[in-house]
Design a protein around this ligand. Structure first.
Ligand code: URA
Length: 235
């Protein structure tokens, strides 16, 4: 790999927390700032250092328009890892995923089956910076950011991954099917159990609770997820 493809992440640049992370604990030289060069798998010793690097990221054009990098919220040892598409305005302003209207609905969905959103789930996105006007992230943006997601999955090591919406499903599993066709189906990816579910924003646009409606289907799906987590964790 050409030397010019590599340069240092400046951990001091844009890092707002995770400041106690020991930068010497990982090989900064090995992390490419060019989005087309993948982040080496296994490079991050922990989520704190990942967060520090991610907050200084310049791997794609979204860095120029973001307010904050949105890395994650929830528990780093959660049994359930939830993946959204990308930060919206509220998330960009607060630096946390799913804190706007979609996030409030996601909280209600999780609480409906007594998932504790601080201990039972780890929430992140396919891309960590807001796409302008909330557009769908481009293939290049997804590729530039994917290494962070793969490292988050490796380090959290969840029992179950929930993919909210078609963008998350396509970006992680490469499945290009509409979400209505596949939601609620258990899938395997990299030896891990995954389920595609509706994106909360879609549920906000489809408020009916009638039998067979998207909200009703989500209720079936989240109950199946809860039952599986209880089965796998003895909960
Ligand atoms: N939608 C997403 O996909 N992710 C967020 O963090 C917020 C809204």
């Amino acid at each position: 790999m050409a030397d010019e493809q590599f340069s240092l992440f400046n951990a001091g640049n844009g890092a707002t927390d995770g400041a106690n992370a020991d930068p010497s604990a990982t090989d900064f030289d090995a992390i490419p700032t060019t989005g087309s060069v993948p982040i080496p798998p296994g490079i991050y010793p922990d989520l704190e250092i990942l967060g520090t690097h991610c907050r200084g990221c310049q791997r794609c054009d979204l860095a120029a328009t973001r307010t904050n990098v949105v890395v994650s919220r929830g528990s780093p040892t959660a049994p359930v890892l939830i993946i959204g598409e990308g930060p919206g305005q509220q998330e960009d302003e607060q630096g946390l995923p799913f804190v706007g209207k979609s996030g409030q609905l996601l909280e209600k969905i999780l609480e409906s089956v007594r998932f504790n959103t601080e201990t039972d789930v780890y929430i992140c996105n396919i891309v960590k910076c807001r796409p302008p006007e909330n557009r769908v992230p481009t293939t290049a943006e997804v590729a530039a950011c994917k290494g962070y997601l793969l490292e988050q999955i490796r380090l959290v090591d969840p029992k179950i991954i929930l993919l909210t919406g078609a963008t998350a499903l396509k970006a992680l599993l490469g499945v290009k099917l509409g979400i209505s066709k596949v939601r609620g189906q258990w899938m395997e990816w990299d030896g891990r159990l995954c389920m595609p579910i509706f994106h909360p924003a879609y549920l906000l646009r489809n408020p009916s609770r009638d039998k067979g409606s998207p909200k009703w289907l989500m209720w079936q799906d989240i109950q199946a997820v809860k039952a599986k987590v209880d089965e796998l964790t003895g909960g």
